[in-house]
Design a protein around this ligand. Sequence first.
Ligand code: CA
Ligand code: CA
Length: 116
Amino acid sequence: MGDGVVRIEKILCVVQSEEGSDEVVLRRDGLQIWPDGDEGVGMSNGVEVAIGRDILFGNSTEVAMALFDQDAIGADDDLGTAVIHESEAGSGLRTADIVAPGSQYRLTYKVGRVQF
Ligand SMILES: [Ca+2]
Ligand SMILES: [Ca+2]
């Protein structure tokens, strides 16, 4: 088991997917990582929101952060995924774009090692 951890610092909405605002949630392996409640965070063009979640790599060498827009009717929209690698540890603050047809978001994160 690895000791890698990724800290998701913030997310920027570059291009929102729908009119008004998107209702954004982040998931890993189908489990919601952010935000805490059921309601997605309202985001529109140019809005950046702090996240501050630490996610352990565990037995994997990568973490896939999946972005969804919640919709009141029908299934949530898959807005794409950012794959973060444990090998990025120690390289400081990084960004990853999450792009889908019609939307773009940017995650800021850093990868480190758990130390006791
Ligand atoms: Ca939608
Ligand atoms: Ca929506």
